[in-house]
Design a protein. Structure first.
Length: 357
């Protein structure tokens, strides 16, 4: 799985969101990983479960027909790849790739880039991605852009990455549009243009990309590159939260708590903070602990609050306001809470389960 990192300029833009200062991570807090997984579904084939191969020498075409049905036109190399027969897929795709088949070139590149059945070979993968990109394959263009951006298999060259993101975006790649939008916000390797950035990220959001929904929602709330629209901004962030993007869940919970762009709903705010806390986000753990300690939107539970505080502290986030709320907690209760945090998410032997969501 591959992640796309936010640019520093976007992080600064998002920092202006309406989050209570007391709950901000202190220096040393672990950053919440964010990104978009590589989508195997972008390959030009039907999607089938990837199962462990029972016989590496089995005929790939026969296997593919068994999965997809006899009436479906099946590509043997891609069918083998989907089934986990990577060496067979490479053997079938390589002659087509050498003959200039862009899709086969991308498949060969994927196998070498991820070390599927062969040793990982990023320089070789980048070469195949480059050939496929020259032949018009949008996935290859995007993957090659990432390699230049990260310096994987090729010398790091963000200017070249920007060119490739622009090319892939023009060819219709949703993640390329998102990345190009980030570059326009940063304004170093693409012209500084918040309007263009909002348009590109908005297109990616409309296509259902969670990271784009989250960022576009923030831009709508802040009026960055687009007319302010708090209601639609909150809706976009909510869509990203529903897709499981933890950072969006935290911000959506805050919008619900404040009633910004959505009707104020403490119960829903608690639910979203709890969901993000359970996913390991320290900011959510801290805020959920404060709500539990204060009994705001949820029944008060000092032991659970102290447990979540301990988990947030483990990641470097401290909060004097929360400490004050828990100042009078009995020593025995505090000891149980910290024991639960030690074993989280599994309850300690003979202990109690984690607090309900």
């Amino acid at each position: 799985m591959r992640s796309l990192r936010r640019r520093a300029a976007l992080a600064a833009l998002l920092a202006a969101a309406c989050l209570p200062a007391a709950a901000q991570p202190q220096p040393g807090a672990e950053a919440q990983p964010e990104g978009v997984p590589f989508q195997l579904e972008e390959l030009p084939i039907p999607v089938a479960p990837v199962l462990p191969p029972a016989d590496p020498n089995a005929d790939a075409l026969a296997i593919s027909k068994e999965v997809f049905g006899p009436r479906l036109r099946v590509d043997a190399a891609f069918g083998a790849f989907q089934r986990g027969f990577f060496l067979t897929a490479l053997k079938l795709a390589r002659p087509r790739a050498e003959a200039g088949d862009a899709a086969a070139q991308t498949l060969v590149a994927e196998i070498y880039a991820k070390g599927l059945g062969v040793p990982e070979n990023l320089p070789l993968a980048s070469g195949w991605y480059a050939r496929a990109s020259e032949n018009g394959d949008v996935l290859a263009t995007f993957e090659l852009a990432l390699m230049y951006q990260e310096g994987r298999g090729v010398p790091r060259n963000r200017a070249r990455a920007a060119e490739l993101f622009a090319l892939a975006a023009a060819r219709g790649s949703v993640p390329a549009k998102y990345n190009l939008g980030l570059l326009h916000i940063e304004g170093t390797y693409a012209a500084p243009d918040l309007g263009r950035a909002a348009a590109l990220i908005g297109e990616a959001a409309e296509a259902g990309m969670a990271e784009a929904q989250y960022d576009y929602g923030t831009m709508l709330i802040e009026g960055a590159g687009v007319a302010p629209n708090p209601r639609e901004g909150a809706a976009q962030i909510g869509r990203a939260a529903e897709q499981g993007l933890t950072a969006a869940q935290v911000d959506y919970a805050t919008l619900l708590y404040l009633g910004k762009g959505v009707p104020r709903d403490l119960g829903e705010a608690v639910r979203w903070y709890a969901r993000a806390a359970e996913a390991g986000d320290p900011v959510a753990q801290n805020r959920y602990a404060k709500l539990l300690a204060a009994g705001e939107g949820v029944a008060p539970d000092l032991e659970a609050a102290a447990m979540w505080r301990a988990l947030a502290r483990r990641q470097g986030l401290t909060d004097p306001v929360l400490d004050q709320l828990l100042a009078a907690i009995p020593a025995a209760t505090l000891a149980r809470a910290e024991e639960r945090a030690r074993f989280w998410p599994t309850p300690p032997p003979g202990g109690t389960a984690a607090p309900p969501r």
